[in-house]
Design a protein around this ligand. Structure first.
Ligand code: 6PG
Length: 492
């Protein structure tokens, strides 16, 4: 093995890194991986498919020396400082024209800095989202590269080979300029948070509201996965309900603590949405609900203080379950709509040139939010590349209109029964606001002008106005520049 020169190197042989590399070896590439942990490097070689060329080493220098030039190196290490540390350790060994890829969940602002830093040194750096978890990495993930075009061209055939495929098309495409790859992955995760929250609310309505047991829940989700809700997250949910705990023999879902963790990508999506600004309340709510889930002691105390008891809902008939299915379907469409509208906005605001058609195309397979809905969105974006929001297309409108009534019914019943459905209701609230030709925000403008002389625009004539609220209305001498966004303070 000593004299072999390798096609691709991986830094970090955790589950994701080693699975990605083994996948690449299965597609005929010669691969080498580095990890300080000797056991991980040895495990990589042991797990390689017979006949493939896979090597695991324990020093960075050893790995870099055995890579064909210009080199192709990817890192899959935790986001933040570890990525900078790897770059610094790597720099003495790499040279101009080498390609370095960060395949972790890095924050896009960090990626932007790294692109510039390495560009000065002649290194092609690419931020790349990889979705699909352990199994996806091994069998075919969805891959979201962005930034350096030369880097993309050099790794394109390899990434196309390892990615998931839908209709023989690879689930990888160049996402756009600068940090577009990590930006798209961040929003993917925001949508992931929202869908998971919505599914957990549907579960709550059926479990605490209707009294379904885990077997019945598994059956419901299995059926839903065969229908219009077909998706990876619905599929794994059906399997979760049937899984028994090895230790106790109990159904494991019932002994898992209700405190939800997070690594931050959902929060970043919400933070960046506020920055843009773009409205993604269902994603915000999903982040907030994970936070509330962490207040276990307070929740226990409050539940005793307020004696909050769930009022059971009536009926477990297929018609009742269908209503919940519709509510979930409705809200999931809205969650995608919010995330995709954010990408639309960010693409131009941050000058990334993201093609939404390519985004939904590569999300159709391999990633955590893959679902049959993506096919509908793909068609819509192919027809209209500049679509601001998928809710504005007829095919999506048909789905939403069909499910809308049941979404409202389920939310009403859940609220009466004290089951929190903040995700579902935020989706309906967003939809209602989005479909309101006029909103009550004229009153907010009046209040702002009343207490802060922030001015307002009128519907009957051009210009910017201020009212002396106890006297008559006067037009300011020079009309202020038109501002579309009422959130921007005109005067402090
Ligand atoms: C994916 C996942 C993956 C990871 C999330 C989990 O697309 O494969 O999104 O990246 O599971 O980071 O995030 P939380 O720990 O924040 O839920």
């Amino acid at each position: 093995m000593e004299n072999i020169m390798y096609d691709f190197g991986m830094i970090g042989l955790g589950v994701m890194g080693s699975n990605f590399l083994l996948n690449m070896a299965d597609k005929g590439f010669k691969v080498i991986g580095f990890d300080l942990d000797a056991a991980k490097a040895a495990k990589l070689e042991k797990e390689a498919t017979t006949g493939t060329t896979v090597r695991g080493v324990n020093t960075l220098e050893e790995m870099v020396k055995q890579l064909d030039k210009p080199r192709r190196i990817m890192m899959l290490v935790p986001a933040g400082k570890p990525v900078d540390a790897v770059i610094e350790n790597l720099l003495p060994f790499i040279e101009k024209d080498d390609v370095v890829i960060d395949g972790g969940n890095s924050h896009y602002i960090d990626t932007l800095k790294r692109v510039k830093y390495l560009e000065e040194k002649g290194i092609h750096f690419m931020g790349m989202g990889v979705s699909g978890g352990e199994e996806g990495a091994r069998k075919g993930p969805s891959i979201m590269p962005g930034g350096d075009m030369a880097a993309w061209k050099r790794v394109q055939p390899m990434l196309e080979a390892v990615s998931a495929k839908v209709d023989n098309e690879p689930c990888v495409a160049y996402m756009g300029k600068d940090a577009a790859g990590h930006y798209v992955k961040m929003v993917h995760n925001g949508i992931e948070y929202a869908i998971m929250q919505l599914i957990s609310e549907a579960y709550d309505v059926m479990k605490r509201g209707l009294g379904l047991n885990n077997k019945e829940l598994a059956d419901v989700f299995t059926k839903w996965n065969e229908d219009e809700l077909q998706s990876f997250l619905i599929e794994i949910t059906s399997e979760i309900f049937l899984k028994k705990d090895d230790e106790t023999g109990k159904e494991i879902v019932d002994i898992i603590s209700d405190k939800a963790g997070s690594k931050g990508t959902g929060k970043w999506t919400s933070q960046d949405a506020m920055e843009l600004p773009v409205s993604i309340p269902t994603i915000d709510t999903a982040v907030a609900m994970r936070t509330i889930s962490g207040y276990k002691d307070q929740r226990v105390a409050a539940s005793a203080l307020y004696q909050s008891k769930i009022k059971e809902l009536k009926g477990k008939t297929p018609a009742d379950i269908k209503k919940i299915q519709d509510a979930l379907h409705f809200a999931i469409v809205i969650a995608y709509a919010q995330g995709l509208s954010m990408l639309h906005e960010a693409s131009s605001a941050l000058n990334m040139d993201i093609s939404l058609a390519d985004v939904v195309k590569i999300w159709r397979g391999g990633c955590i939010i893959r679902s049959s809905l993506l096919e509908v969105f793909y068609k819509a974006y192919r027809k209209d590349k500049s679509l601001a929001n998928i809710l504005l297309t007829k095919s999506v409108a048909r789905i939403v209109k069909k499910a809308e009534k049941n979404a409202r019914t389920v939310i009403r019943l859940a609220m009466q029964s004290k089951i929190p459905v903040t995700g579902l209701s935020s989706a309906v609230g967003y939809f209602d606001a989005y479909c309101s030709a006029s909103m009550p925000t004229n009153l907010i403008q009046a209040q702002r002008d009343f207490f802060g002389a922030h001015t307002y625009q009128r519907i009957d004539k051009e210009g910017t106005f201020h009212t002396e609220w106890n006297e008559e209305v006067v037009q300011t001498e020079k009309p202020h520049a038109e501002t579309e966004n009422p959130q921007i303070p005109e005067r402090e």
